[in-house]
Design a protein around this ligand. Sequence first.
Ligand code: NAD
Ligand code: DAU
Length: 354
Amino acid sequence: MSYTKNILLTGGAGFIGSHVVRRFLTRYPDYRIVNLDNLTYAGNLENLRDVEGLPNYVFQRGDILDAALLDDVFQSFQIDGVIHLAAESHVDRSIESPLDFIETNIVGTVTLLNAAKKAWKDALEGKRFYHISTDEVYGSLGETGFFTEETPYDPRSPYSASKASSDHLVRAYFHTYHLPVVVSNCSNNYGPYQFPEKLIPLMIHNIRQEKPLPVYGDGKYTRDWLWVEDHAAAIDLIFHQGKTGETYNIGGNNEWKNIDLVERLCDILDDLLHRPKGASRQLITFVKDRPGHDRRYAIDASKLKQELGWEPSVYAEEGLRLTAQWYLDNQEWLDHVTSGAYQQYYERQYDHGG
Ligand code: NAD
Ligand code: DAU
């Protein structure tokens, strides 16, 4: 079968990537989606079990740092679009181990840019390199104000510095080599399949197990939370209709102080687990702060709304409930993730003809 587009999606076994893969596979059966992922601790093929049998899906285990493999993938699948999500994504890990973030997020992105530049050297028409980034590149806000696409970069953690660097390199390939790029910077995502090192699934997991809920510092740090499927919808729009060379901010218009969010999750789970009102709040424990902790993020997504008509569709109360219920209903997924058992799934599924 010949496909109308052949898209290389990196990091598709991760949290956001798996939602984007699912959306593209099911909405665009005439596109072939090649998911390239080297399955780090955060990559989990169980996230894609429901769609992995679709005929327009290809999984390629591999590293974005492997230039020869990338050349081969571009050639073999006649790739004409890239959606680049593969990254080391957790701020606390970047504080412990910055070099991993430099390698994957910076060197890996340049390796991918080089592969696209090489494969598309004779014809840039109809090609697109879409780089997925974060609002953390803009630094930290005070009590008021929003990040716009014009806010100067001011990254403050090894993670955000590595993402900022990759954004600059993507734009440099646009200006220097005319590579047809587009970039988006998104706020905090939440929803099904998020690895339980991140705030919301970590808290849900601990509440369920009646373990302490570690809130960093004074708990008054603020994040703008976006339902992950709304991010996938924005990625779909920007991939198809975003202007080449442009940047789009994506946000939930949904700010929460961490402590308020954790308390709300406690109340929702008390309700869902039939515990007495207020029981889970007793588990909240203030712990040592994250070094260099950004105080507040908030996104102005008006450009995306005005130009492409995108708006979030799921708001906090509904999204938090849906998320809590999903984790309660998918205890097996969580058990596999927390025990590392999901890492054996690849071997069972792909190496032994399972
Ligand atoms: P994640 O950590 O859940 O998934 C990352 C995926 O990339 C994993 O499947 C992992 O195996 C893969 N990967 C890592 N290194 C790789 C390599 N060298 N080669 C191939 N694959 C590799 O991350 P996520 O939360 O889904 O984030 C995806 C992207 O979106 C990242 O670029 C992140 O910076 C960005 N982002 C995330 C958020 C958020 O709230 N999670 C918000 C804005 C932007
Ligand atoms: O803003 C977008 C970014 O959001 C993405 O680029 C990152 O990939 C993603 O990990 C996320 O970064 P944060 O650092 O904001 O997310 P995290 O879930 O780690 O933390 C959210 C807030 O909760 C932050 O203020 C730190 C705090 N926190 C986190 C954990 C894990 C706690 O108080 N306790 C915790 O145990």
